[in-house]
Unconditional design. Sequence first.
Length: 233
Amino acid sequence: MPVRAYTNWNSRPSDQEEQIEPFRKYFFICEGANTETFYFKRLIDLRKQLGIHPLIDIRLWEKTDADRDISFAKNLVDFAEKQKQNPDNDFDSDRDKMIIVFDGDIFEEKVQGYEELIASIEENDIAAVTNPGFELFLILHIEGSYEKNIKNHEAEFLRIDEKGKYGHAYNTLLELTGMNAKTNSRIGELADNVSIAITQEKMINQNIHQLKGKVSSNVGKIIEDIINEKPDI
């Protein structure tokens, strides 16, 4: 069982009522095993408060067992494609969408083929990319963080530290929240402020086709699009 689905979709409100099926399902599948999982589980729990249409379902595909540590976006895309073919995963290729969530920092220095990767995802699905990493998107959930922590600090976010990592976003988030985003599940509670993140994200680059050298995220834009979707049925 390489994935486990997390959803709060209520397909049968009671035995007397006709079973309802979602018009469209959005499946999030993430490069990171912990931080993103904490976040998207909380976001899914908030679907009604966010005003997501009752016939739109959002689910998280959690990688399990040996697949838990799959990373690097190309491997993640290949893994997601295999999951789509598994009938147990309830993926309708005509209507449902996969959202592949990954970090852009690996394409800053080392890895080629970014544009080809994005094009291949966008043929059928949605690429959700943060540069340098997901912690940047989490920082945007904190009121005023763009002005205080990101504006005029872009170079720091895209600088490799002495450990060979893009550590500035992680360190900034730790400083702002007091939480280790990789181990503390309460970091997911930042999803309560997703409207703040959606607004602040518009102040940075959201065009993932022009990502290199830019502090970027389009995760908030994708969530906003899901919130605004009204099925025409």
